[in-house]
Design a protein around this ligand. Structure first.
Ligand code: GLN
Length: 193
């Protein structure tokens, strides 16, 4: 979904991951409801979830994504993208955020869970589904997952924080794999598609 945020980085990582796996396909930026009908998988990037939510409700693209998610469209949301996918979100300072969300991932997410811009950081993550090698976790004003409900499997923790989950073909990540130089999560997502 290409309204705002780390769009080009995801596009490049997806193209490289497809090349690595020998997949012939197209990765493109979508913004309109009818474009949602033409895709086999969707990435919602990091950025600012309030902005994405407002723009995506105006033109109806969020509704269409929600419908296709219910039909089984694979979706990977990273950082603000995870927030967009969540059932509920809140911020420690302002409380429940009441922002437009897709509400497709059965989790409660805390926004800005590690503090704001100054508290951005990179740390190695253990992600067992990717094997033994650590994944470089890039966290930028990152959220974390506070509660998981029905059907949600934890993929990754950072200390006591849940930072990666899977629910069927939906992936929610609190960090930015597209900025890590490591394509394994994009490849993992392609496997889900
Ligand atoms: N703090 C942002 C939000 O709440 C997410 C930050 C990011 O995507 N890097 O939308």
């Amino acid at each position: 979904m290409g309204f705002q945020g780390n769009i080009e980085e995801h596009l490049l990582a997806t193209k490289l991951a497809m090349r690595n796996k020998g997949i012939e396909g197209e990765a493109s930026i979508i913004k309109r409801p009818r474009e949602v009908d033409e895709i086999d998988g969707l990435i919602i990037p990091g950025g600012e979830s309030t902005v994405m939510g407002i723009l995506g409700s105006f033109n109806g693209v969020l509704n269409r994504i929600k419908e296709r998610a219910m039909e089984g469209l694979p979706i990977m949301g990273t950082c603000a993208g995870l927030i967009m996918m969540a059932k509920r979100t809140y911020d420690r300072v302002v409380g429940e955020t009441h922002q437009p969300l897709l509400g497709i991932l059965n989790v409660m997410v805390e926004r800005n869970s590690f503090g704001r811009q100054r508290e951005s950081f990179e740390l190695p993550l253990k992600i067992p589904v990717l094997g033994n090698k650590d994944f470089p976790g890039v966290f930028i004003r990152a959220p974390s997952i506070k509660e998981c409900y029905e059907g949600v499997e934890v993929l990754c923790m950072l200390r006591e924080h849940i930072v990666g989950v899977k629910q069927g073909k939906l992936l929610g990540l609190a960090f930015h794999p597209e900025l890590s130089g490591d394509l394994r999560l994009h490849e993992y997502f392609l496997d889900l598609i």
